[in-house]
Design a protein around this ligand. Sequence first.
Ligand code: SF4
Ligand code: SF4
Length: 403
Amino acid sequence: MKVKLEADMVLDEISKALDNIEFQEALRRASTNNQVKVAQLLTEKPELIELAKEVGSLKRRSVESLRELVEKAVESLRKIAAKPYYAETVEEARKLIGDIVGSGKRVVMAKSMAATEIGLRQYLESLNNEVWETDLGEFLIQLEGSKPMHAIAPAVHMTRERASTLVAEKLKVGIPKGGVEDIVSTVRMFLRDKIVTADVGVSGANALAADTGAIVLVENESNIRLVTSAPPTHIAIVPIDKIVPTLIEAFKVAIVQATYAGLYPPTYINIIAGPSSTADIEQIRVYGAQGPRELHVILLDNGRMKASKDPVLKEQLYCIRCGRCQFECPVWIHTANTWGGPTYGGPMGIVWTAITLDPIEAGKLAYLCLGCGRCDEACPVNINISMELRHLKMLVVQASKRG
Ligand code: SF4
Ligand code: SF4
């Protein structure tokens, strides 16, 4: 998929965001809350800082042996009766998923940036499927027709007033102004029926353990539990940089991600190692007990294997998508993901845009970076993000010299 990132279009979007008082207020509230929450948590539990360092080094080791880990993961997934697929490109990933889903189905999705990266919702809708996001933030984004504005908080740019108006208008229901509880219960009622009657559930993954094929997913809303267990078919999209050697390490990644997202302790950590099954009658294994009968795992490359060989860009593959660098960046806290690319945004997002889309276009966006290094200090796995951004700017200079 080649999405054009016209610099003028991006600047236009950013200008609109800067002029939008409500957008600015929502970002101010969310950034401040997250900064305070995470700082307090790390003061109370310094052992989590040590765990983050451990995750940083295990991610470095994992990226060094990425190809072997992919092979091992495929083997392990087969052993647990899951169906693994390797998608080198966006088109391949869409085609694989489109063939599994078919048309005329109801599909429910749990929050997945990888699904956004491949434009999955729109693609499945184009095949005449009914598709619903079930994470509250993603659902609001779906209703608004916009894009996720943060790695873990897609609707971070919306105030409660805006969310309330949007839900009332789109679902044609009355919601008392400013009532967050009312928004949540209205959306819960609307989505509950969609989830229990869905044909397919689509999720992402926080990590995948190569030794067992187990997928680890961390969450608070419980929508991931429902989406991965109620429908008869579960499709998990796993970017290959999320593969780590063992289940214990995958669990550590999930804990650190939740911590730096400001969500510690997470309400749920899901471990999924195969489709549901039972052997209660005569010890004969039958798939599809109370949960899915089929588990399909799409291992998404889309530039990641190539990046693992790049001395600078490979650093981004250590990223656990906690979104801390975004909340700390003095530019992002005014632009949100209007700055960074079509899927990802802010400090981490620009480098992900370089890996998954186009390094030169990403380099042009990097010119808005002030080089202050706050993102580097905030990153739990110690990625030198500002250095990556300088490197991308250099690529633009070199490309312009070549004409
Ligand atoms: S170095 Fe750039 S990307 Fe990082 S926090 Fe500062 S302005 Fe943001
Ligand atoms: S680059 Fe670091 S701080 Fe930013 S999302 Fe990734 S892991 Fe978190």
